[in-house]
Design a protein around this ligand. Structure first.
Ligand code: HEM
Length: 219
């Protein structure tokens, strides 16, 4: 295998380029297309958020454990935390605290726990895939939900809101942090490979929602 050496591109650019095709698959599932198109109902949104709750619980539990690490700790920013927001939204949308577990969600959270506990590149791969996504496509989804369901921060769609920061500015800062990470070539490879795994797990989650699409959408 040939690995990048001295003239490696910036890590943020490399990650983005090497995951672009995977992103395309994640973005264009029937459920995600319906979500952006404003055709997902409140219960349909809860079906997604309920599946994401165990994923963020794992990410944020491990984030707490990594917070004192000299490199990874910089990424564990309080303004990114989503778990409490997910719980609030689910309560608002379904009237209860229970999360119905799904195989794709359980497998995703288990993978984060499995590789993200001991490997800094693997943890960062999962962190990057979700949070940079929330700061990017999440903002498109947020606007669609506000238009279609009238959902706003504090009323069912707080998961998509970053009230104390400008998402664009935080995204820029996140990419700068990535570019400062002192990973060697093998660690960079591990990071990209695990980000591709993270995308596959997101696609599996969306595929689960696609199977019951009529239940989650309006005509
Ligand atoms: C409705 C679905 C989606 C839409 C509309 C969408 C849209 C976008 C857009 C427009 C960007 C580029 C932002 C920029 O360059 O500033 C982006 C970036 C990103 N999205 Fe998505 N996305 C969607 C789904 C997803 C999913 C399911 C994931 C995986 C969890 C994801 C993860 C990411 C990541 C990690 C980036 C940052 C890429 C980088 O610049 O390194 N997106 N998305």
């Amino acid at each position: 295998m040939s690995l990048p050496t001295t003239d490696s591109p910036a890590l943020s650019a490399e990650l983005r380029a090497r995951t672009a095709a995977a992103h395309d698959s994640a973005e264009h599932s029937p459920y995600m297309t319906a979500l952006v198109g404003g055709r997902v109902t409140g219960i349909g949104l809860a079906a997604l958020l309920g599946r994401l709750a165990p994923v963020y619980a794992a990410l944020e539990r491990l984030g707490d454990a990594w917070s004192a690490h000299p490199v990874v700790g910089d990424f564990v920013l309080p303004e990114l935390r989503r778990s409490e927001r997910l719980a609030d939204d689910l309560r608002h949308l379904t009237g209860c605290d229970e999360v119905a577990l799904s195989p794709a969600s359980v497998a995703y959270a288990a993978r984060i726990e499995e590789v993200g506990r001991t490997s800094a590149p693997a943890f960062l791969a999962h962190h990057y895939t979700r949070y940079l996504g929330d700061l990017s496509g999440g903002q498109v989804i947020r606007a669609a939900l506000e238009r279609s369901l009238g959902l706003t921060d504090g009323a069912g769609a707080s998961f998509f809101a970053f009230p104390d920061v400008r998402p664009g500015a935080l995204k820029k800062r996140y990419r700068e942090l990535l570019d400062e990470v002192p990973f060697d070539a093998w660690q960079r490879e591990e990071l990209v490979a695990e980000a591709l795994v993270a995308y596959r797990l997101n696609v599996a989650l969306a595929t689960e929602l696609d199977r019951d699409l009529a239940r989650w959408t309006t005509a």
